[in-house]
Write a protein that binds this ligand. Structure first.
Ligand SMILES: Cc1ncc(C[n+]2csc(CCOP(=O)(O)OP(=O)(O)O)c2C)c(N)n1
Length: 664
């Protein structure tokens, strides 16, 4: 069948329509990237029109193939593709690209646009998240599929550019994917030899295929990005390769069909009216019409009927599965909805007052105590499992048995954290990653993205202060608590004991967005659960741990520093000064409380002293200019933990002395 535009096949017409829709979208906004859409449109068309398993009428269908646009600057390509395929994206949405409150923001944002799986734009993160999605698929398939029923059986596709592969996280992600044998992960590499500054040879001449072979990937090269048959054949080959992840390098021309084709000039800005007209002319489209979809739309929209059929087939399979495996089906449905099992929280342990315990140990114990009732909890550490204690016993590895829930991520904090986000975005899992708190720096870009997306990603950091001791300044976090507290949407937990840790775990699972834990290496006393209800208290973010009638000073501590504050209150009492102690495990949650509650914890007119082994910046908000902070605006030192803490001012004597100065 040929199109209404002379000489074009229906496929060509559909692809060119997509190209020019993206060009018009960018032009109308006078902002965005037309180059990559012009080059990559054939790939998007093949995937959405023909090869991917998806249903435009139900973007959240659990067994859909996942698609990640890792080169998020090509958002106009994705939005145009979603519109043409029949997702809930309209021409008006395209016309309001990059405008205030539109459903088509500058880069794809999870939650803003129907059919957008994850937020992308910071290069490298999309592909790294795609690895997490493929991990999730492999694990869930192993857990839920039964002979005769493959209710989890989908691919994860990512479209990426040179920039994605230049980023270091691409190495972490690809090496992990190769090690984990993620055979259903397929990357389509827009190999156009151009990045923002100019030809890639300026800065990048990797032999990409050799690089990926070294990661144990299946590699293919397509010489012409307009050769639909060749791209399709390569994708089919990649699907047939079930052991190794696949990368297909597709040689495209950035800005194909435009006067600036093949140059970086077509990368990052609207083309301008005359170049747009010339591009339309090149493709034989009417130059005087914008957002022209006339004849191609019906062809594109075949994706709707195709998708409905695919999902219906799955629905029937799932009905059979459910009849034969009612319990598994129920758990699958529950975890897909992100609902916790009724009564799960009764498995959370409580720690009687007595033997001190490091909060990292308590965290590991809580995870194991709830593992059977929260089977969706899944993750691991960046080669620090023995230190962070985040392992489900006895420690079976997902690498060996994909039903297992421990992932050995290797020394790849960023790759791990991005994969955690991908798993969370995939659905069906509550994923976690862990490392030393100081290395949250290495994970930070992914923590930020989790917070933008509000995925249920958990980041478990241990060795949370200079109290870790001998490893010294490189391993001792200073600014990390404040830096992460400054990230919007991210819940912080720095529990003071095992019971606060257990409560923090409960809250982290109940809250739907991302959380991080800062847990101690060293043992800490236990807050008596017979007196203090840790869950009720941590649910408020901060609470009065030690009451004092007519207190003259409020001592505020977090985590391990709650304890010198408690001891200082005793010393002060012996000197006739009444001091109350506030344990402050979560700033984020405290901020959610009523003004009345906040005032009950931090009463007006009583001086306040905050004690935290981290940057003081930020505490002034709670202690006021009349208060004081014992913190760290310097790096730590290598020595046994108790000595470092004492020397840096976290002994009870110093806390009491500073408190006395405030009272005066
Ligand atoms: C982490 C990160 N650094 C920098 C940028 C800014 N940036 C956006 S696109 C781009 C160049 C990408 O080149 P390539 O992937 O080859 O895309 P193409 O120009 O071919 O579309 C850069 C540097 C970014 N989005 N993310």
């Amino acid at each position: 069948m040929t199109s209404s535009i002379a000489g074009l096949s229906l496929d060509e017409l559909s692809i060119d329509t997509l190209r020019l829709l993206a060009v018009d979208t960018v032009e109308k906004a006078n902002s965005g990237h037309p180059g990559a859409p012009l080059g990559c449109a054939p790939i998007a068309y093949l995937l959405f029109h023909k090869l991917m398993k998806h249903n435009p009428a139900h973007a959240k269908w659990p067994d859909r193939d996942r698609f990640v646009l890792s080169n998020g600057h090509a958002s106009a390509l994705l939005y145009s593709t979603l519109f043409l395929s029949g997702y809930d994206v309209t021409v008006d949405d395209l016309k309001s690209f990059r405008q205030w409150h539109s459903r088509t923001p500058g880069h794809p944002e999870r939650g803003d646009t129907d059919g957008v799986e994850v937020t992308t734009g910071p290069l490298g993160q999309g592909i790294a998240m795609s690895v997490g999605m493929a991990i999730a698929e492999k694990h869930l398939a192993a857990v839920y599929n039964r002979p005769g029923f493959e209710v989890v059986n989908h691919h994860t596709f990512a479209l990426l550019g040179d920039g994605d592969l230049m980023e270091g996280v691409s190495h972490e992600a690809a090496a992990l994917a190769g090690t984990l044998k993620l055979g259903k992960l397929i990357w389509l590499y827009d190999d156009n030899l151009i990045s923002l500054d100019g030809p890639t040879e300026l800065s990048y001449n990797d032999d990409v295929m050799e690089r990926f072979k070294a990661y144990h990937w299946h590699t293919q090269h397509v010489a012409d990005g307009n050769d639909l048959a060749a791209i399709e054949a390569a994708i089919e080959n990649a699907k047939n390769e079930t052991e190794r992840p696949s990368i297909i390098a597709v040689r495209t021309i950035i800005g194909y069909g435009s006067p600036k084709a093949g140059t970086n000039k077509v990368h990052g800005e609207a083309m301008g009216a005359s170049a747009v007209a010339a591009t339309k002319k090149f493709f034989g489209f009417p130059e005087d019409r914008s957002f022209y979809v006339d004849d191609a739309l019906a062809n594109w929209r075949k994706a709707v009927e195709r998708g409905a059929g695919l999902e219906e087939k799955w629905n029937q399979e799932f009905a059979g599965y459910k009849a034969a495996n009612p319990e598994a089906a129920e758990e699958f449905e529950r975890t897909q909805k992100g609902v916790l099992k009724a009564g799960w929280e009764s498995a959370i342990p409580s720690y009687p007052a007595g033997k001190p315990q490091a909060t990292r140990n308590a965290g590991g114990a809580v995870m194991n105590a709830i593992s059977a009732v929260v089977p969706e909890l899944f993750g691991g550490a960046a080669d620090l499992t023995a230190s962070t204690k985040t392992i489900f016993k006895p420690g079976e590895s997902f690498h060996v048995d994909p039903t297992a829930r421990n992932v050995y991520f290797g020394v790849r904090e960023f790759g791990m954290s991005a994969a955690v986000n991908g798993m969370a975005a995939h659905g069906g899992l509550i994923p976690f990653g862990s490392t030393f708190f100081v290395f949250s720096d290495y994970a930070k870009p992914a923590i930020r993205l989790a917070s933008i997306m509000q995925t249920h990603s958990l980041f478990i950091f241990t060795h949370d202060s200079v109290g870790l001791g001998e490893d010294g300044p490189t391993h001792q976090p200073i600014e990390h608590l404040m830096a992460l507290r400054a990230v919007p949407n991210l819940t912080d937990f720095r529990p003071a004991d095992a019971n606060e840790t257990a409560a923090a775990w409960r809250l982290a699972l109940e809250r739907k967005g991302p959380s991080f834990f800062a847990l101690s290496r060293q043992d800490l006393p236990i807050i008596d659960p017979a007196i203090h209800d840790a869950y009720a208290n941590v649910s408020k973010g901060a609470y009065v741990l030690v009451e004092a009638a007519d207190a003259k000073v409020v001592l505020i501590g977090t985590g391990s520093e709650v304890w010198p504050a408690v001891e200082a209150a005793r010393l002060l009492a012996a000197d006739g000064i009444a001091a109350s102690v506030v344990s402050f495990p979560s700033w984020k949650i405290f901020e959610e409380q009523s003004a009345e509650y906040k005032a009950s914890v931090l009463p007006a007119g009583v001086p306040r002293l905050a004690v935290e082994a981290g940057a003081t910046q930020g505490w002034w908000k709670y202690v006021g200019l009349d208060g004081d902070v014992i913190g760290l605006d310097r790096f730590g030192a290598s020595a046994p933990g108790p000595i470092v803490l004492e020397k840096l001012g976290f002994g009870a004597d110093n806390v009491a002395a500073k408190a006395k100065a405030l009272v005066k």
